[in-house]
Each structure stands twice: as structure tokens, then as C-alpha cells.
Unconditional design. Structure first.
Length: 454
């Protein structure tokens, strides 16, 4: 029998309400011992989806008013009996309520244990469970939309549709091979090839959308680069909404990489403000410059910044060359000052250029539009099925490789039973993706990354 678990389900900060969640076979019995309803009735007599108003009691003494909400198995988040105690949101009150619940026999929940029980009890599959963590960590509207779609089963339905095609093929082929004397219709090569190619197209469609989906849900790793005093730190501070980088007229002020996660419209950018790119004999500044060059190679998006009020120099031209072939949006800054730069080399080198005056405006709508276009997100449907993480991508990629190999084997005239082995391998990968055949280690690793109380 699973132990009854309990945890604080709300944030670790004072608020209007705090919620303690209890789940397990003895959840209602334990809640009854710490909650006294105003009408003197017991929670054990309450039907599911019903609430009572009363007091929380610890060591026989009431110390706060509360609402107890009862969910009966299997119609609860975890699939077990669940009670949620809503108390006033002071940190001491919430923690004392949890202490009272634990003193009556519940045990502290581990990270993600409520959602893990929902998965183990068949309430959700593994892709939906992972989407819960993505919703909690979402920093923008598009990220929420994509994660909520996964929670509603958009990815699961897509994968299950492919699974159904592959399973039907596998079952018919296995039956035909194992029972040759029975009147079982054989799949002809053209029909089998068509079914496998359709499955492969759907898997490749998911894989092709992975980069865009991952950027939507997790943000784009973005480097702000340029020579000293072009306005990189000012841009960083404006996008962050606070002073993250020191801004002075002294060249070389930024020597290390300053990082922050910001929202640009509906997009999330994981920004890195880097040291100014130039030749330097200062050993500390040189390290910062080396790190800045490394960021150019690693980042998913580069924002090279140029100074509209100063002529381009060798450092600017060097930066233009370093950005060739990479996803980049050129930012031509300080347009509130008289023009001294010939911007033609910039506009010719970059598909997208944005002219701004970062020191006097916070309107970055043009920058947002250019970034979306550069990342290929302008027409991206965040409500469509999306692979949310590397685990899902790897399972999908392995399945696609198995199906592709099965198509090649079929067209090469290899025996049907060998083709069927490859199809079964693809099926196993997709079952692992949804969690129906995931190992204990994989499941434990996924839920260990959740917050306690979810």
C-alpha cells in the first residue's frame, strides 16, 4: 500500500491563501483528525468535489480557519483520495498546518510525487506529466499555450495515431508469419510501404518542429555582442527591466558574461550580455572577450549591436564575418544621434536589421518581429503537437530511424519477419515516449525535477 503523502502546494511566500495537499488511501482520515468543520460533520461523510468550512486543529487547539476540499478516488488529480486544506497564506500558518498533517500519519511528498502518482494510476501519460512541469516554469504566453496543449494530450494523440498504424501492421504481419495455414490476408508491399511512409512523415514532422517548440517552451539562448560602448549593456538592461549590466562611457566595463531571462513580447530570451569585442592586452578583459566569441558559436540567436553614431571599424567588420551563417538580427543602435556609420555593409550581410535608440525608447516591437522571423516562429502553431524535451526527441528520432530502416528493408526484399522486428523496435520507442514502457530510472529522473507539492 502506498503511503499517504502531504506537501505545501502553494509558493514559499506569504499570500492570501496557502494550500496543503494530502493524497493516499488515508488522506480523508488524516484530514479529519486536523480539521473540524463548523457544522461538526466529518469529512469522511463528504462526497467528492465537496467542501467544508472549519478550523485547523493541532494538539487539540484550533489555530486557523480553513476550507477542506475532498476529492474521491479515482476522480482526483492523483487517482487517489485527495484532500486540499486551504488556510490563510502566512508562512508560519501554512507550515504549522503541514506539521499537523504529518503528525497524524502522512509522510512528506517527494518532488513531483503527486504527478508521479497521477501517471502511475493512469490519469495522464508521461508526455502530459512533463507538460505539468513546463506549465509551471513557463515564462511567456506561447510557452503556456504549447505546454497546455501537451497537457490536453495533443502530443499523446499524435503519437498514439502513429502507434496504431504501426501496431496494426505488426499484428497482421506476425499473424501471417505465425499462422500460414489460416485464412489471414497478407499485406501487400505497396500497402505496407505506404503505411510506413505515412508514419515516418508524421514522426519527421514532429522532429522538424522540435527546435521551434523548444524555443517557445524554454526560450532562445541569445547573445548580445558588439565592440565596446555600442549599447549592449543598455539594451540588456532595457530588455531585463532592471540594471543587470553596468553602463559607463569607459570601454571594457563589461568583462564577464551577464545573464538574465527576459520576455520580448510573447517570446522568452535567455540573454547573455558579453564583453566588448576588441583587441586588448588586459588579461582579465581578454578572458571576457574569449567568452564572448564562444557565445557567438554556442547561441541559438545572436544580436550583434552596431553604433549608428560612429564609423564602423575592424572589430565591427570582424563581428559581421563571425555572424555569417548563423541566426542573427543586427541591432543598429543610437539612432537618436547624428549618423556617422555607413550601415550598408550591415544591411547587406544580415537579412534582418533593426534600427533603435536603446537609451531613449523601450518599444522593441520591431525587434520582436525580426527575432520571430529569424527563428522561424512567425507562423509557428504553438497549439500543435510539440516534442517538449530531449528525451521525447530522442525516442521520436529512434522510432523514425527504425521505420526508415523498415521501409528500406521492405524495398530491398528482406523477409517480412525481419521487417517486423524493425517495426516492433519503433513501437517500443514510441511506447517509451508516452511512458507505457518507460524504465523506472527514466520515470524517477523525470519526476525528480518537479517541485514539491506538484
Amino acid at each position: 500500500m502506498e503511503k499517504t503523502i502531504a506537501a505545501i502546494a502553494t509558493g514559499n511566500a506569504a499570500g492570501g491563501l496557502g494550500v496543503i495537499r494530502i493524497s493516499g488511501e488515508n488522506a480523508i482520515e488524516i484530514a479529519d483528525r486536523v480539521f473540524r468543520a463548523k457544522d461538526k460533520s466529518a469529512l469522511s461523510r463528504l462526497r467528492g468535489y465537496r467542501a467544508k468550512f472549519g478550523n485547523i486543529v493541532f494538539h487539540g487547539e484550533p489555530f486557523d480557519e480553513a476550507v477542506a476540499l475532498v476529492f474521491r478516488a479515482p476522480k482526483s488529480y492523483t487517482g487517489e483520495d485527495v484532500v486540499e486544506l486551504s488556510v490563510h497564506g502566512g508562512l508560519f500558518v501554512v507550515e504549522k498546518t503541514l506539521e499537523a498533517v504529518l503528525s497524524e500519519g502522512a509522510v512528506p511528498a517527494q518532488p513531483g510525487e503527486f504527478t508521479k502518482r497521477a501517471f502511475l494510476n493512469g490519469k495522464i501519460d508521461l508526455t502530459q506529466a512533463e507538460s505539468v512541469a513546463d506549465i509551471i516554469s513557463a515564462r511567456g504566453e506561447e510557452a503556456v499555450k504549447a505546454s497546455f496543449g501537451a497537457l490536453q494530450g495533443t502530443l499523446s494523440k499524435k503519437i498514439n495515431a502513429v502507434l496504431e498504424r504501426l501496431t496494426d501492421c505488426s499484428a497482421l504481419m506476425a499473424a501471417w508469419v505465425d499462422y500460414p495455414d489460416e485464412d489471414i490476408p497478407e499485406l501487400d508491399d505497396e500497402q505496407l510501404s505506404s503505411t510506413l511512409k505515412t508514419a515516418l512523415d508524421e514522426l519527421n514532422s514532429l522532429l522538424n518542429s522540435y527546435d521551434g517548440g523548444h524555443i517557445l517552451t524554454h526560450g532562445a539562448d541569445t547573445a548580445i555582442v558588439g565592440r565596446p560602448n555600442v549599447g549592449k549593456s543598455t539594451l540588456m538592461n532595457l530588455l531585463s527591466g532592471r540594471e543587470r549590466s553596468i553602463v559607463t562611457q569607459i570601454e571594457g566595463t563589461t568583462r564577464d558574461i551577464v545573464e538574465d531571462t527576459v520576455r520580448l513580447g510573447n517570446l522568452v530570451l535567455r540573454l547573455s550580455d558579453t564583453a566588448g569585442l576588441r583587441s586588448s592586452d588586459d588579461p582579465v578583459e581578454s578572458i571576457g572577450i574569449r567568452l564572448a566569441n564562444g557565445k557567438i558559436d554556442e547561441a541559438q540567436l545572436i544580436l550583434p549591436v552596431f553604433d549608428y553614431s560612429r564609423p564602423l571599424n575592424d572589430d565591427d567588420f570582424g563581428l559581421i564575418e563571425k555572424c555569417r551563417g548563423k541566426k542573427a538580427v543586427a541591432v543598429i543602435n543610437k539612432t537618436d544621434l547624428p549618423q556617422a556609420a555607413d550601415v550598408t555593409p550591415i544591411t547587406e550581410a544580415f537579412d534582418r536589421c533593426v534600427f533603435i535608440a536603446a537609451g531613449v525608447t523601450d518599444d522593441f516591437s520591431l525587434l520582436e518581429k525580426a527575432v520571430k522571423e529569424e527563428l522561424g516562429l512567425t507562423e509557428f502553431d504553438s497549439a500543435a503537437p510539440i516534442l517538449a524535451n530531449q528525451r521525447q526527441k530522442q525516442c521520436c528520432s529512434n522510432a523514425a530511424a527504425d521505420v526508415s530502416e523498415a521501409i528500406f528493408a521492405l524495398e530491398s526484399g528482406i523477409t517480412r519477419d525481419a521487417v517486423n522486428v524493425l517495426i516492433d523496435d519503433a513501437i517500443n520507442e514510441l511506447l517509451s515516449l508516452t511512458g507505457k514502457r518507460a524504465t523506472v530510472e527514466v520515470v524517477n529522473d523525470i519526476f525528480s525535477k518537479f517541485c514539491v507539492g506538484k
